[in-house]
Design a protein around this ligand. Structure first.
Ligand code: AMP
Ligand code: MG
Length: 420
């Protein structure tokens, strides 16, 4: 173990955790399972889009030369040769003096070179139609074959996160299966004699293991697959047995027991399992004791037990690691600049994460405390829109001074209107 107890900055600790991490190998998924996954290789269109010239309007396929002079005072009458519905190929060629009734999305027939919307006609009969307004130009309201995408073209590049729009693009281009990076499987272990499983009623001296749920949910939110290992007692044997069960995962995550208390056996057990301890202290608040290393090549992160320290540590270190494994290139939450209402004072040289509510004030953002900031106080974390970051070296921030805020609830950004 690194007994010198070197205390790293948050940035340095994150760098070390990400250093050895690679995107996981790829797997094939259907489009129904592709949302938020990351493409492992470039995706080429299997189909040309549109596959053929087609009508952008319900109306009439005409020869532009026939109707170039049409107007309400001098309508042009054309003979109707057929009706073309979407999903059906035209049978007839449109000759001079003729037109075909056509629906949106139906293929444009041979001979026709413009579409007249039905609103610019008398609506037509079974046999003919009067054109009351000429199309703007040859080609009007025709969606050209290949104007969107050509077969073989790279439509989505490796490293792209799959959004609904990109899944639609792949679907239209005939790509039903996608190569994406596998989801990291994250073994999750809570530790502590005082803990009972969520759903159980705590006896005197006991509390509910909220970290069990927060870690499972944070892993899911980050795109990983949680494997919950339960609660280990503060006994080396129980910790060892349960941790061993987690070493088949891609990441092992524990909460609690990494501090300097009498029953903090987690680091000891890591060592017994052969952990190369990289570091176990980070200059942050909440969450100074935070252990990182590898056991049999599996990254292991020992988060502190205080619920907010667990959550903040996860946000700073685990989420970026999981996103890296998923193939994402943007690993952190969005950060905005806000004015910190009420200012801030601190004595230590640690980076503080201060739970805040965000509110827009003209073109600026205001960040105000979300409530009590104790590292075990869940209420303010549950309300918080983000984490204001008070830099290590800062001891005083005046009321309204600028601060960087990591946004956890990105929906709040949607309230941003440049014209307000
Ligand atoms: P530890 O890091 O084990 O010393 O725990 C620090 C504090 O966090 C103690 O008050 C624990 O009771 C609390 N704690 C540890 N694990 C959990 C958990 N899974 N859920 C809620 N609180 C916890
Ligand atoms: Mg404990």
């Amino acid at each position: 173990m690194n007994n010198t107890g070197e205390m790293l900055t948050v940035a340095e600790a994150r760098k070390r955790i990400l250093q050895g991490a690679e995107p996981l190998p790829s797997e094939k998924v259907t489009l129904a399972d592709a949302l938020q996954r990351v493409l492992a290789r470039d995706l080429q269109a299997g189909l040309t889009l549109p596959p053929w010239d087609n009508s952008a309007m319900d109306g009439f396929a005409v020869r532009f030369a026939d109707v170039a002079a049409a107007c309400a005072d001098a309508p042009v009458s054309l003979k109707l040769v057929e009706t073309i519905a979407a999903g059906h190929m035209p049978v007839k060629t449109v000759e001079a003096g003729e037109a075909a009734r056509i629906m949106t999305g139906a293929p444009v027939p041979q001979g026709a070179d413009a579409i007249v919307p039905i609103e610019h006609t008398d609506g037509g009969t079974e046999d003919d139609v009067a054109i009351l307004q000429s199309p703007r130009a040859c080609g009007a309201h025709i969606r050209r074959m290949g104007e969107d995408v050509q077969a073989g073209q790279v439509i989505l590049q490796a490293g792209t996160e799959l959004t609904p729009a990109r899944i639609a693009m792949a679907a239209a281009a005939g790509c039903g299966w996608l190569d994406v990076h596998a989801r990291p499987r994250v073994a999750i272990l809570a530790t502590g004699d005082e803990l009972v499983e969520p759903g159980q009623t705590p006896k005197p001296g006991q509390i509910v293991s909220s970290n069990s749920h927060s870690m499972v949910a944070m892993v899911q939110q980050a795109g990983g697959v949680p494997l919950y290992l339960g609660i280990a007692r503060d006994e080396p044997e129980d910790l060892l047995a349960r941790m061993q069960g987690g070493l088949h995962a891609d990441v092992l995550l524990t909460s609690g027991g990494v501090s300097v208390g009498d029953f903090d056996y987690v680091k000891l057990v890591y060592e017994r399992l052969g952990m190369r301890m990289d570091f176990w202290k980070v200059a942050m608040k909440p969450g100074k004791p935070l252990a990182f290393g590898h056991i049999d090549g599996v990254p292991v992160i020992g988060l502190p037990g205080n619920p907010i320290a667990t959550a903040v540590g996860f946000e700073q270190f685990v989420r970026p690691l999981l996103r890296r494994m998923l193939g994402h290139t943007r690993l952190s939450r969005p950060v905005i600049t806000a004015r910190l209402v009420g200012g801030y004072r601190k004595r230590d040289q640690r980076l503080h994460f201060h739970r805040v509510l965000l509110q827009q004030d003209g073109n600026a953002w205001l960040a105000r405390s979300a409530g009590g900031q104790g590292s075990a106080m869940l209420y303010s974390m549950a309300r918080a829109d983000g984490l204001a970051m008070i830099p290590q070296e800062t001891s005083v921030l005046a009321d309204g001074e600028a601060v960087q805020v990591q946004v956890l609830n990105t929906d709040v950004l949607g309230e941003c209107h440049a014209d307000e």
